[in-house]
Design a protein. Structure first.
Length: 380
């Protein structure tokens, strides 16, 4: 029986020890790593833009151009968007703490409810509302706990202030030396595992990149569409909508959540429209969100996210529940790419163990994923 040379054993043991030491250092300093995690996500999103621009100009110039465009966008947000956002937020807080007005609004809704809903159906509706309120009250403690965690994160912002200050410089070097870093990593890898490592890297990158960039693009486009629609509705004499910017931002953020994001984004807009403009405004807003949802599912999502992340809706719902339970909101948001990655990595390892070459395996998985994703991309 052939034994491993002691040098190979020592090299494996040293690699494991170094990985454990690195993991310990990361866990010990995790509270200060938030800026760099944000930087990694930013680099991941910006890298294709920089790579494409660097074909026409020096890489440093491409990075500086991206920085310049980002700075212009940031200045525009500070001048035009943030003051409006703070103004609407301040008014909303004032309304939420104006209890006499809340009571008057509640009575108005009650009158509309009794006028629209048949008297025979009211007991069933009221029972459903009571059950929903009971469930919501059980979750109130979780919401308070989440808010407290967010406050702790805000308090820890000062601890990471230095990291945020140096983030642009760190991101610059990430974008500038990407190819050098990948070449260094390639030299470190043993040639026995090099092909398999980069193939699995490509599987993860394909699913995660397609989903992340696609969701960000969808959120921007759909947020713009919802904003234009709400603005047009508000401009019509018969309708009135308040807090439009807050509703746009909320709807765009909710679009990052698969399956239920559209409904979660529409509910506040419908309630605000009903409160400020009555039942007609609420119905028009519902129609707007239905049109936006149809455009997303049948036109935008298949073309923007593409056919690289294809998970059947039934499997996705189970994955969302499981990952949401384990990791909270991030688990829900990234359930689709995580499920696709787990599926493709499992298939890759299984087929490699059957004796297929790395090239044959990755080609077969790519063909299979593209074939199955074509049927489900619009439903995810």
């Amino acid at each position: 029986m052939k034994t491993l040379p002691w040098r190979d054993i020592a090299r494996v043991a040293w690699s494991i020890l170094a990985a454990l030491l690195l993991f310990y250092v990361i866990m010990a300093a995790k509270s200060t790593l938030t800026p760099f995690i944000i930087g990694l996500f930013a680099a991941y999103l910006l890298m294709p833009i920089v790579n494409r621009l660097s074909r026409r100009m020096p890489r440093v110039a491409a990075i500086l151009l991206v920085y310049g465009v980002g700075l212009i966008i940031l200045i525009g947000l500070i001048i035009f968007v943030i003051p409006l956002f703070l103004s609407q937020l301040q008014r909303l807080i004032g309304v939420l703490t104006d209890f006499p007005k809340i009571q008057a609004t509640g009575l108005k809704w009650l009158e509309e409810y009794r006028r629209i809903v048949p008297e025979s159906a009211q007991p069933a509706v009221e029972e459903a509302i009571r059950e929903w309120l009971a469930t919501a009250s059980k979750d109130a403690g979780k919401l308070v706990e989440f808010a407290l965690k967010e406050l702790e994160l805000a308090a820890g912002f000062l601890e990471s202030l230095v990291g945020y200050l140096i983030l642009p410089l760190w991101l610059f070097y990430l974008l500038k030396d990407q190819r050098r870093a990948l070449a260094s990593l390639n030299r470190i890898l043993s040639f026995h595992i090099r092909d398999d490592f980069w193939n699995i890297w490509a599987i993860i990158d394909r699913a995660f990149m397609a989903y992340l960039r696609g969701q960000v693009t969808l959120a921007v486009l759909l947020g713009a569409g919802i904003g234009i629609g709400l603005t047009i509705i508000d401009a019509l004499p018969a309708f009135k909508i308040d807090y439009i910017l807050l509703l746009i931002l909320w709807a765009a953020l909710c679009k990052m959540i698969p399956m239920v994001g559209g409904v979660a984004g529409a509910v506040p807009a419908v309630l605000v429209g009903f409160s400020s403009g009555g039942i007609a405004t609420a119905l028009v807003i519902i129609a707007l969100f239905l049109v936006i949802d149809l455009l997303e599912n049948h036109f935008l999502a298949p073309r923007i996210i593409g056919e690289k992340v294809g998970v059947h809706p039934a499997i996705l719902i189970v994955s969302m529940l499981m990952l949401g339970r384990a990791f909270g909101l991030p688990g829900v948001i990234f359930a689709a790419p995580a499920t696709a990655i787990a599926r493709d990595v499992y298939l890759y390892v299984h087929r490699r163990l059957k004796g297929m070459s790395p090239e044959q395996t990755v080609i077969s998985i790519s063909n299979w994923a593209e074939h199955t994703a074509h049927d489900y991309a619009a439903q995810v």
